[in-house]
Design a protein around this ligand. Structure first.
Ligand code: GTP
Ligand code: MG
Length: 381
C-alpha cells in the first residue's frame, strides 16, 4: 500500500510521469499539451510523458498489462513521485494501478482540484474548493479523509484505514460537507443581494469569460489599469474580481474577471463554484476571450459555450474577443452582427492594440442597455 501523500504546496518540486491516453487512431479526448500544462501549473516537474493506446480499457488498470510493466520499469529508472493520467479512471482501477506501480495516481479531475486548492485565496474560494475535494473524496472510499483534515488543502491521500475508520471518516465527511454547504449558501445570498443593489442602481455589468490562459486577466488589467495576477499557467485566476470602469466621457459599468474554463470542467467543481460562476450568469454582457493563436481555439470556444449553457449564461449577449494578435502581427479588427452590434473583435490585451474597439463596444452596449439619457459623469470620478 502506498502511503505517500501529495502535498499541494511543494517546496521541492514533486515529479510526475504523464500517461497520455489515445485510441490509436489519432483521436485523443484531451489535448496532450494541456495535461502537461496542467501538471506544470500544479507545480509538478514533468519527468516524462508517454503515449498509451487504449482501445478497450483494461478492467483492472485501465491501461494494458504490457504498459503497466513498462511504467513499473520507468519507475525504477526515473523514480517519479506520481503518475498523472489524462483520463478519469475508476477508483478501483486507480487503486490497482497505484499499488502495482508504487506511485500515487492523479487523474484529470484530481489534478484540476489540486490546482484550484493551490490558488484559492478568498474565504469563499477556499470553502468552495474544500467542498469540491470532499465530494471527490466521497466517491473514493478507500481514502482517509482524516489525513486531509490534518493537512489542509492536501488531497489524494492513499492508505488503508480500517473499516471503522472509514465509517468514521464518512460521517465526518458528510457533516463537513453539510457545514460547508450552509456557509456557502450564506455567501451566495450575500452576493445575490449585492447584485440586486447593482441592478437597482441600473449599473451595466460585464463579465470577462473564456478558456483558461486566454488572456482574461491581462485584458481586465488593460481595461481597468488594475494589477491582477496574470501568468502563463492554467487557472491563474480563481476568485472573481470586480471593478468599476469609467470609459470617458460617460459610461460607468462594473466589470469582472472570472475563473477560466477548461474542457470537461469537473462537475464537482461546477457545483461547488456555482456562486463564483454566477457572477457570469448575472452579467448583462459577456466578453468571451479566446487565444487566437491556440490551435485548439475552436474547441475552446465550443467548450466555453457549453459550460455557459450549463450555468444558464448562454442567452447573455456576447462579444467574442480574439486575443493575442500581436503574436501573429495582424491588425486589430471589429465586426458587427446583423443588428449592427459589435460581436467580434481582434485585439492584443498585452499591447493594448484594438482595446479601443472593445471600449467602443462597451459604450454602445451600455447605451442600449440603459436606453436612457445618460447623466454627465465626472471623468475623474
Ligand atoms: N503575446 C501576448 N500574450 C498575452 C496576451 N494576453 C495575455 N497574454 C499572456 O498569456 C498568459 C495568460 O494570460 P492571463 O491574463 O493570465 O490569462 P487568463 O485567461 O486570465 O488565465 P487564467 O486566469 O489562468 O484562466 C500570460 O502569460 C499573458 O502575459 C496578448 O495579447 N499577447
Ligand atoms: Mg486570469
Amino acid at each position: 500500500m502506498v502511503q505517500k501523500q501529495i502535498s499541494t504546496n511543494h517546496l521541492k518540486k514533486e515529479s510526475v510521469l504523464i500517461i497520455n491516453i489515445h485510441d490509436g487512431y489519432g483521436h485523443i479526448e484531451y489535448d496532450q499539451n494541456e495535461i502537461v500544462e496542467l501538471a506544470k501549473s500544479a507545480n509538478f516537474e514533468v519527468i516524462k510523458a508517454i503515449d498509451v493506446k487504449v482501445v478497450t480499457p483494461n478492467p483492472s488498470f485501465y491501461i494494458g498489462k504490457g504498459k503497466v510493466d513498462e511504467v513499473k520499469e520507468l519507475k525504477t529508472i526515473l523514480n517519479f513521485d506520481h503518475i498523472v493520467i489524462n483520463q478519469d479512471i475508476t477508483p478501483a482501477q486507480e487503486k490497482k494501478l497505484s499499488d502495482i506501480t508504487k506511485s500515487t495516481i492523479i487523474d484529470r479531475t484530481n489534478l484540476i482540484l489540486i490546482i484550484f486548492s493551490q490558488r484559492a485565496k478568498s474565504y469563499e474560494g477556499r470553502l468552495q474548493i474544500e467542498l469540491a475535494q470532499l465530494e471527490y473524496l466521497s466517491t473514493r472510499l478507500v481514502r482517509g479523509w482524516t489525513h486531509l483534515e490534518r493537512q489542509k488543502g492536501g488531497i489524494g491521500v492513499r492508505g488503508g484505514p480500517g473499516e471503522k475508520q472509514i465509517e468514521l471518516d464518512r460521517r465526518m465527511l458528510r457533516d463537513r460537507v453539510k457545514q460547508l454547504k450552509e456557509k456557502l449558501k450564506k455567501l451566495t445570498q450575500q452576493r445575490a443581494m449585492q447584485r440586486q443593489r447593482r441592478r437597482k442602481s441600473g449599473v451595466f455589468t460585464v463579465a470577462i469569460v473564456g478558456y483558461t490562459n486566454a488572456g482574461k486577466s491581462t485584458l481586465f488589467n488593460e481595461l481597468t489599469k488594475h494589477k491582477i495576477y496574470a501568468a502563463d499557467q492554467l487557472f491563474a485566476t480563481l476568485d472573481t474580481t470586480s471593478r468599476k470602469l469609467f470609459i470617458p466621457p460617460v459610461t460607468p459599468l462594473v466589470i469582472s474577471d472570472t475563473v477560466g474554463f477548461i474542457k470537461n470542467l469537473p462537475t464537482t467543481l461546477i457545483e461547488s463554484f456555482k456562486s463564483t460562476l454566477e457572477e457570469s450568469t448575472n452579467a448583462d454582457l459577456l466578453i468571451h476571450v479566446v487565444d487566437s493563436t491556440n490551435e485548439e481555439k475552436h474547441d475552446h470556444i465550443n467548450q466555453v459555450n457549453k459550460i455557459l449553457r450549463e450555468i444558464d449564461a448562454d442567452k447573455i449577449p456576447q462579444v467574442l474577443v480574439l486575443n493575442q494578435i500581436d503574436k501573429n502581427n495582424t491588425l486589430p479588427q471589429k465586426d458587427r452582427d446583423e443588428y449592427d452590434r459589435i460581436n467580434r473583435i481582434e485585439l492584443s490585451a498585452k499591447t493594448g492594440h484594438g482595446v479601443e474597439f472593445l471600449k467602443q463596444a462597451l459604450v454602445e452596449y451600455e447605451a442600449n442597455f440603459n436606453n436612457r439619457e445618460k447623466p454627465n459623469y465626472d471623468e475623474n470620478f
